[in-house]
Design a protein around this ligand. Structure first.
Ligand SMILES: Cc1ncc(COP(=O)(O)O)c(C=O)c1O
Length: 385
């Protein structure tokens, strides 16, 4: 097996552009050097563009979960009520983080695979005195995308902060933070923005920042306290804790690529990839797990066909065809497959993945006509221009 020729098609980390790899391979820079300070300054400017916000950007070393934790460490004070909209594995994580910071969670549950319903959310928010509510944009555990725009519309005028995990959406699906009234938004470097794992990016708007500043009690986490980070993000020549200099260079290159492509064009490309990949899956008889009309554009989630062992299938795909895809999480383990097509994924990657999936399914005993999935995928891609 040649790992250097492996095609990584899990829903993050993803394949990254050689431009990003080159940026990552540069000699280590001092965080006091002009080169680094310039790069960090530009990265923070681009971060606001990719989040579509005029708010405050924070770029901190750690995975997406750290970004979620940072958000809650700064928002929640002991006893604060937070409403968590839960429709999968990662949205349930929000509740655990809130509780770890002394918050009191109310759960608004939806079936796994269903999106968050803006109307039900508004109704629950009106019933309780919630300081904030949480929504996961792309629930990577089920492949469903919740309608952030309609949620933002539905909650207009309410005091609760709108806190979003778009770790698997931002950069691949529209997230218009300011236009959609999102107060806090979190993502990670390794998903649709197209860099390796290692950084979390979050933005707060004015309303969220005022709330952080008006806390009655201190933030109990030293490293996660945004009041320590804000001066550095405003003037990257300052110091609080050593930034991940190499990763920032990679992230900067990745965000340059995003903006060179253009956000709208990138969102359309991900939409086309998602429609094409789903067409291929359906052509070989696989059922799509998330609710129709709410499928995420950054990954596809088919159900594992009856009688097929998903671990064996994924092993075949990797060992014989050098394509890595992911299985289900939590209660969906063994029941679904999760195939990422985000960030710098190309049409070649989609065709190769569908081909590998067809061959591996056939070798596992599933009955299908080889090429039907690839054919439908290609037809759909061509029809999108
Ligand atoms: C929607 C979502 N939220 C949170 C996370 C956790 O991010 P990380 O693994 O970078 O900590 C993930 C990771 O896959 C995710 O997809």
């Amino acid at each position: 097996m040649d790992f250097e020729r492996e095609l990584l098609m899990i829903p993050g980390p993803t394949m990254v552009s050689p431009r990003v790899l080159r940026a990552l391979s540069r000699p280590v820079l001092s965080h006091w050097s002009n080169e680094f300070i310039q790069a960090f300054t530009e990265a923070l400017q681009l971060q606001r563009k990719v989040f579509c916000t005029e708010g405050y950007p924070f770029l901190i070393a750690g995975s997406g979960t750290l970004g979620m934790e940072v958000a809650m460490a700064n928002i929640v004070e002991k006893g604060d009520k937070i409403l968590c909209a839960e429709n999968g594995f990662f949205s349930e994580r929000w509740a655990e983080i809130v509780e770890a910071h002394g918050g009191v969670v109310d759960h608004l549950k939806f079936e796994w695979g269903q999106p968050v319903d803006p109307k039900r959310l508004r109704e629950r928010l009106e019933e309780g005195d919630y300081k904030a509510f949480t929504v996961v944009h792309v629930e990577t555990s089920t492949g469903v995308a919740s309608p952030l725009d309609r949620i933002g519309e539905a909650v207009r005028g309410l005091d609760s902060l709108y806190v979003v995990d778009s770790i698997s959406g931002l950069g691949g699906m529209p997230v218009k933070m300011d236009e959609w009234n999102i107060d806090v938004c979190v993502t990670g470097s390794q998903k649709a923005l197209g860099a390796p794992p290692g950084l979390t990016l979050l933005c707060l708007n004015d309303r969220a920042w005022r709330l952080v500043e008006s806390r009655k009690t201190g933030v109990s986490d030293y490293y996660a306290d945004l009041r320590r980070w804000k001066p550095v993000m405003e003037r990257p020549s300052g110091y609080f804790a050593t930034p991940a200099t190499g990763m920032v260079l990679g992230m900067l290159e990745a965000m340059r690529i995003v903006l060179e492509e253009g956000l709208e064009a990138r969102w359309m490309r991900h939409k086309a990839y998602s429609e094409a990949f789903r067409a291929g899956l359906e052509a070989i008889g696989l059922r799509i797990f998330p609710e129709k009309g709410y499928e995420a554009h950054t990954l596809s989630v088919p159900e594992v066909p009856q009688g097929i062992n998903d671990g064996e299938l994924r092993r075949l795909m990797r060992q014989k065809h050098n394509v890595v895809i992911a299985g289900g999480l939590g209660k969906l383990a063994g029941k679904i497959l999760r195939i990422g097509h985000m960030g710098s994924a190309t049409t070649n990657d989609l065709v190769a993945t569908m081909g590998a999936l067809e061959m591996s399914l056939k070798e596992s005993g599933y009955s299908l006509k080889l090429g039907e999935g690839v054919g439908a995928l290609e037809e759909t891609l061509l029809s999108k221009g």
